[in-house]
Design a binder for this molecule. Sequence first.
Ligand code: ZN
Length: 229
Amino acid sequence: MEKANYIPKHQSTNKKRRRFRKILMLMRISMLSLSFIAILLASFSIYQYGSIEDLQTEKQNLLTEIQSLENKLTDTEKTLTSESSQNQNLQAKVSTLEDKLNKEFDDWFAIAKNFYIPFKVTYYCPCEICSEGYGHKTASQKTAVSGHTVAMDPNIPFGTTLLINGEEYTNEDVGGGVRGNHIDIFVDTHQETIENGVDTVYVKLLSLPDTITLEEKNNLYEFLISTYS
Ligand SMILES: [Zn+2]
């Protein structure tokens, strides 16, 4: 029995050392694991908080940007509304002015058409010499008709009717040499142009085309004023 229970002293010490080393190693492993977990937790929390802060900053920046854009939009809308109402005001003013000018011109023309204006009168026919190949074609796209068609200064609108020697004519054409107080009366033959020659006639304006624009009225006004002076 004594023999069986006997454990040599150096053997016992070795066992103790081994156990101690084992505990030491376990402690080391635990410490390492704990440190590792701690580092992991720390990194994670840094990552988390950093990320949230970044997101919050980003969100704030975006909100500021949205607000700034909304302000710009409001400003633009205000400007547009203001410009639109300014445009409407201007259009209304222009419209009023046009009405006034139209009325003034119509009143003036009602008087002006009572006067006879001296014009130099010549004649042209569909021949090559007179019409340079245009024949019966006129600048107003109408077919030239004798006793009806005349060519006048471009400041007088097409469709203007006039009285010459008691006959009614319509301005339907223009001619290279027909400017100012010069009227060119269309006839059928070249013989008539020679026979009629050049003369002075007193022309009375009868009517203006319904389609006459304010610009045409102004041109006609300037033209007629210059013929009187
Ligand atoms: Zn001719």
